[in-house]
Design a protein around this ligand. Structure first.
Ligand code: ASP
Length: 587
């Protein structure tokens, strides 16, 4: 046996026992003769002490040991001397008087400290030595939390009658709005597998197969530009159900998440139960974004009606050209300096609007660029509509509706961070429903699926395919939390004719439809049941539970922000022989 106990286990009750521990040197202190080592393993830290007068060999061995050496220590558990107890450490009442030390493996000096939690370390260095980074308490905690989350999901869904099914990684294109990762075939020259952007088609085929309730902790692969909450490969809790309506799925996932929060992060509060449900139009109008952070107010208000008669050129121009005048009220910011206000204007411009007008409800009267154009009656109405109080700063955007929403939505989040308006310990889950089915792609001058092409359009909108695709709503839904999209899902098309119609509208030729999706269309002809599902992001869920700022912190071996694995150095050049076998030439 390498160890009789772990390093987080020993208490006063063990005093007098001879035990063996094994672990890493977390810290070493030389106190003029006495040597103290904090020995660490996965479970905790135990203080080991060596007294040269009692055992010189052991003392010398420990004197030589350095950070992160792997040691095995046998000794007797003793009470710590008076005044030396450490109430912050579970093992803080005892120490181990070393009698025998075996160096299991020395270690090079680590490139960063494992034992300092608050030290800022360059992320690429952390990722290059990820195995050391994962030794740190915070990362270890995240790893375990992730395990708990996934285990909870599995157990809960098992209880609810779901079957976990593995679907292939080597497959065919599964569009989710990103590029595919392709894998060349050695056996079939010039042919490629695609890594699944999600198991979407396969889970639908499982519904045709009669599984009725499916889930999978599924790895998804998407070649897209990276952001804080994106990675080339990531994990979803993918699920699908047959013979259900939209609200059945929402209730299932809401039940799962509500129970999971209670069990795993009980210190977190839910905004409300049941979760609020918004239409897509409503969240865009009120929060300017389709994944609103509901932990704080500062909603967007449409104040066009107040300025119906206004002669203020900026407002007049927008209203006359069919645009809107919308505003938000930043609490307590009325006295912002000219420079601070100019910075906000510049920020708004980066969000695609022409400008930003400001009105400070200052103690000594109105301030800001719109002050001289707004009369008393308008101010009174503004206060009534927005709930703004003396001391607040109103920010106006007069522009096309979509642009105004986007800019004010972004400003709202800027103030969230600046004024710390969002409670860290709140999880504000909500549903967003009634999405448009299609979005116009300006770049390629074609329609795209707003969710994915397998989403069921509203039955009553089927007649609009030829006339007004933009007005077709779909049976898609998003689960949002604290400003993140945590899951998307939809009721699916289960009829060949409708699926075909959607592919056509998306601009696929008959040949493409057959080549890419022939298998799915055919399956729909063999008794496909009505079905739907969704896929919460596991990484984002753990990130929110762990209060981490990005998903890299909760993925054991993530790519860096340039999509590279800096530890193994991937992607990397294959051998010439491999390329040849794969029938590939690289310039
Ligand atoms: N496949 C979808 C996605 O990856 C989720 C779903 O519709 O179930 O976003």
């Amino acid at each position: 046996m390498y160890k009789t106990h772990n390093c987080g286990e020993l208490r006063s009750a063990h005093i007098g026992q001879t035990v063996t521990l094994a672990g890493w040197v977390h810290r070493r202190r030389d106190h003029g003769g006495l040597i103290f080592i904090d020995l660490r393993d996965r479970y905790g830290v135990t203080q080991v002490v060596a007294n040269p007068e009692i055992n010189a060999t052991v003392h010398d061995a420990l004197a030589e040991a350095r950070s992160e050496w792997v040691l095995q220590v046998q000794g007797v558990v003793g009470n710590r001397p008076e005044g030396m107890h450490n109430p912050n450490l579970p093992t803080g009442d005892i120490e181990l008087a070393a009698q025998e030390v075996v160096v299991l493996n020395p270690a090079k000096n680590p490139p960063f400290a494992i034992n300092k939690e608050d030290e800022l370390i360059d992320e690429n260095l952390r990722l290059k030595y990820r195995y050391l980074d994962l030794r740190r308490e915070r990362m270890k905690r995240n790893l375990v939390l992730r395990h708990q989350v996934v285990k909870f999901m599995r157990d809960y869904l098992d209880q609810a009658g779901f079957v976990e099914v593995e679907t292939p990684i080597l497959f065919k294109t599964t569009p989710e709005g990103a590029r595919d990762y392709l894998v060349p075939s050695r056996v079939y020259p010039g042919e490629f597998y695609a890594l699944p952007q999600s198991p979407q088609q396969l889970k639908q085929l499982l519904m045709v197969a009669g599984v009725e309730r499916y889930f999978q902790i599924a790895r998804c692969f998407r070649d897209e530009d990276l952001r804080g909450d994106r990675q080339p490969e990531f994990t979803q809790l993918d699920l699908e159900m047959s013979y259900i309506h939209r609200d059945d799925i929402l209730a299932m996932v809401e039940g799962l998440y509500t129970a999971m929060v209670k069990a795993i992060v009980p210190h977190k509060r839910l905004l409300s139960s049941p979760w609020p449900k918004f239409s897509h139009t409503e969240v865009m109008d009120r929060y300017g974004i389709d994944k609103p952070d509901l932990r704080f107010g500062m909603e967007l208000y449409n104040v066009g009606a107040i300025f119906a008669q206004s002669e203020f050129k900026v407002f007049r121009g927008a209203l006359d050209s069919g645009g809107v005048v919308k505003c938000i009220a930043a609490p307590g910011c009325a006295e912002y300096s000219r420079k601070e206000q100019d910075e906000l204007v510049e920020f708004a411009k980066t969000q695609g609007v022409k400008g930003l007008a400001t009105l400070g409800l200052g103690a000594e009267g109105l301030k800001g660029s719109a002050a001289k154009f707004i009369n008393e009656s308008e101010v009174a109405q503004l206060r009534q509509t927005t709930g703004a109080k003396p001391g607040d700063l109103l920010l106006f955007v007069a522009d096309a509706r979509a642009a105004a929403n986007k800019a004010l939505g972004a400003l709202r989040l800027l103030f969230r961070d600046r004024l710390k308006l969002a409670d860290k310990n709140m999880l504000a889950f909500a549903w967003v429903v009634d999405f448009p089915m299609f979005e116009w792609n300006e770049e390629f001058q074609k329609w795209d699926a707003a969710h994915h092409p397998f989403t069921m359009p509203r039955m009553e909108h089927l007649g609009r395919f030829e006339t007004d695709p933009a007005s077709i709503l779909s049976d898609a839904y998003d689960m949002v939390c604290n400003g993140y999209e945590l899951a998307s899902g939809s009721i699916r098309i289960h009829r060949r004719d409708i699926q075909h119609k959607v592919f056509q509208l998306l601009g696929l030729t008959e040949e493409e439809i057959e080549r890419k999706f022939g298998h799915l269309l055919e399956a729909f002809e063999y008794g496909a049941p009505p079905h739907g599902g969704m896929a919460p992001g596991v990484d984002r869920t753990v990130m929110l539970f762990a209060d981490e700022p990005n998903i890299r912190e909760v993925i054991p071996f993530p790519k860096n922000q340039a999509a590279r694995d800096v530890m193994a150095d991937a992607p990397s050049k294959p051998d010439a022989r491999q390329l040849k076998e794969l029938h590939l030439k690289v310039d």
